[in-house]
Design a binder for this molecule. Structure first.
Ligand code: DC
Length: 220
């Protein structure tokens, strides 16, 4: 069975790469960030401060997150409602990062991630896939890029979707999320010891995808 873990900071291009790999190898792609985003949206809808662990713990048992695949693409549901577009709104990013720091939230979502990934060839992207969710994944990559490059990519992605964002504020926010995600106590963002480091600052998407595919095809 093939399990591919793609971890890395915000805006590193993980999801673009993961989608291309899943298409090329005809395997499942699970975007785990979408689940934390859906949790963030849930708290937001209830008016709960995502930084307040006690308040989050009080609501987390009630959250119902699921994913389905429509035409090969992941759709993410919150209480049965498709929130796939809503969770991409930029203000949800920080809520996702904040809520993802809480152990109870992570335990719940990791269980679901392992359940979806079990028994299926798949590529997962996130922050803790290679270190915590699937430590025995056959292939692990840690995808990163300079803060400037990641902020530029995210800015383009959001403006192309019609979202109005301030480039400087976005860069600051990405840096803050990086800090949050890599300094939390439970399963922080970290390169697994056996992951291959890919700095994509000066690489095209095709170059990265080809690198990953070549590596997998060689069975290394
Ligand atoms: O990949 P993303 O930007 O959609 O993820 C949003 C947030 O979710 C990210 O800032 C941290 C959290 N996250 C996480 O803690 N663990 C994962 N496996 C995926 C995402």
């Amino acid at each position: 069975m093939i399990n591919i873990a793609l971890d890395g900071p915000a805006g590193s291009g993980k999801s673009t790469i993961a989608k291309a790999i899943s298409k090329e190898l005809n395997i499942l792609y699970l975007d785990t960030g979408a689940m934390y985003r859906a949790c963030g949206l849930y708290a937001y809808n209830l008016g709960v401060d995502t930084k307040d662990e006690q308040a989050v713990n009080n609501i987390i048992d009630g959250v119902k997150i699921s994913v389905k695949y429509v035409g090969g693409a992941q759709r993410t549901y919150l209480d049965g409602v498709d929130v796939s577009e809503k969770i991409r709104e930029n203000h949800i990013s920080m809520m996702a990062s904040n809520i993802s720091a809480h152990q109870k939230v992570r335990e719940k979502l990791v269980e679901l991630q392992r359940e979806i990934a079990s028994g299926t060839d798949c590529v997962l992207d996130g922050r803790d896939i290679g270190t915590h969710v699937l430590p025995n994944a056959r292939y692990k990559f840690y995808v990163t890029a300079s803060l400037e490059e990641r902020a530029k990519r995210r800015f383009l992605e959001l403006t192309m979707k019609g979202q109005v964002v301030d480039a400087d504020a976005l860069k600051k926010e990405i840096a803050e999320r990086d800090y949050n995600d890599s300094h939390r106590k439970f399963a922080p963002l970290r390169q697994a010891d056996d992951a291959i480091l890919l700095d994509t600052s000066n690489m095209s998407v095709d170059e990265v995808v080809n690198f990953v595919l070549e590596h997998i095809n060689k069975g290394e």
